[in-house]
Design a protein around this ligand. Structure first.
Ligand SMILES: *Cc1c(COP(=O)(O)O)cnc(C)c1O
Length: 370
């Protein structure tokens, strides 16, 4: 019998050391150095804090089991994305990225890889994609649901297209989380995420990971991490692992809140353009329903002006004006301020774990005021 998400989140990566006196909740291993043993012996599994640390290993086992592959954690989501881009970047070859995904990924590719001769192409998440856009590509990176637009792309089709062109498919799975979507099972080679968001879930950690279907790719990523030093601190890895324990519970509440908000916002006269893939008549719903296991807690909507967003945020008691998403508390972010090519009043809303009735009441009242 397959274990449920809650059991997997609670127990993943926690080894059963049942010896009397062993801690039930082991703490982070805060050591940069480890005993090597006799100087001519083979190195032990842990010998220095840059190549490996037992606290990462525990977290990587937990995330890797959920993603269905071999996980390598990184210092942040961008460190993980950067590792994927560098893994595949070749002079005179192309990397294909979403034109409407997380903006720093595009900035990294254009600023650091293009000058080395890597051709950067961009495609909209929901398509259509020009014929031949994958010709000569080594990597297709997609983000679904996309941040901030909540558009969706068909992962099975993307995997087939990437592989036909001889490229790897990497999926930025940050918005969905490993519970919401398993890109490797749909044909992707790599799943990458910012665990700063819902996976850690408490707004107190930066962390990222890449999970590879092929252990050889995971090994190359691990070696790259050791060379670049883009590694998570043991304390961060431990906090993320602690947060992961409640991901199932938090995601359930966040998705329920997102759904209730999406319905309420659609009825509100000041709001247009509500997008959440779980809504039956959302343009993304049909494709999302074929590939997502569970819905996400982030939605987007548009208010008529920047002023209206300011008034809404000032009037809402429970919505903090803050970037990032996936935390316990609801937050909202006006995305144009970061340079996203969206309407000035577009709000990315991260539904927190407040009670649904309280949150919907607060948001609707704040919109009435705005
Ligand atoms: C936040 C985010 C990142 C970057 O993650 P950091 O942990 O902030 O470095 C990458 N991709 C997506 C989709 C994100 O939302």
């Amino acid at each position: 019998m397959d274990l449920g998400d809650g059991t997997r989140c609670v127990h993943g990566g926690h080894t059963a050391d049942g010896r009397p006196g062993a801690p039930l909740h082991a703490g982070p291993v805060l050591s940069s150095t480890f005993h090597l043993g006799p100087p001519d012996d083979e190195l032990p599994g842990y010998f220095y804090g840059r190549p490996g640390n037992p606290t990462w290993t525990a977290l990587e086992e937990a995330i890797g089991a959920l993603d269905g592959g071999e996980c390598v954690t990184f210092a942040s989501g961008m460190a993980a994305v950067g590792a994927v881009l560098r893994l595949t970047a070749r002079a005179s070859a192309a990397i294909v990225l979403p034109s409407d995904g997380y903006y720093v990924t595009r900035a990294l590719a254009h600023t650091e890889l293009a000058p080395l001769g890597v051709e950067i192409r961009e495609v909209p998440t929901s398509g259509p994609w020009p014929d031949g856009v994958l010709d000569g590509a080594t990597l297709l990176l997609v983000e679904t649901p996309s941040n901030p637009g909540l558009d969706v792309c068909d992962l099975r089709a993307a995997a087939a297209a990437a592989h036909a062109a001889g490229a790897l498919l990497a999926v930025d799975n940050t918005t969905a989380t490993p519970l919401g979507q398993r890109p490797l099972a749909l044909g992707a080679d790599l799943t990458v995420a910012s665990d700063t968001k819902a996976l850690s879930g408490h707004g107190d950690v930066l962390l990222g990971h890449v999970t590879a279907a092929d252990p050889a790719l995971a090994q190359r990523l691990r070696e790259a991490r050791t060379r670049t030093g883009a590694l998570p601190g043991p304390m961060e890895a431990w906090l993320a692992h602690r947060g992961l324990g409640t991901l199932d519970l938090r995601l359930a509440r966040q998705a329920a809140n997102a759904e209730a908000l999406a319905h309420a916002l659609r009825e509100h006269s000041a709001v247009t353009d509500v997008r959440w893939p779980g809504l039956q008549n959302d343009p993304s719903h049909a494709v999302a329903a074929t590939q997502m296991r569970r819905w996400n807690g982030v939605l987007r909507f548009t208010l008529p002006s920047v002023d209206a967003v300011s008034r809404f945020l000032a009037a809402s008691r429970y919505t903090a004006s803050a970037t990032s998403f996936g935390g316990l508390r609801s937050t909202a972010d006006r995305r144009q301020r970061w340079g996203d090519a969206v309407a000035p009043g577009l709000v990315r809303f991260s539904a927190g774990c407040e009670d649904t009735a309280d949150l919907v009441d607060d948001v609707v009242t704040a919109l009435d005021t705005a």
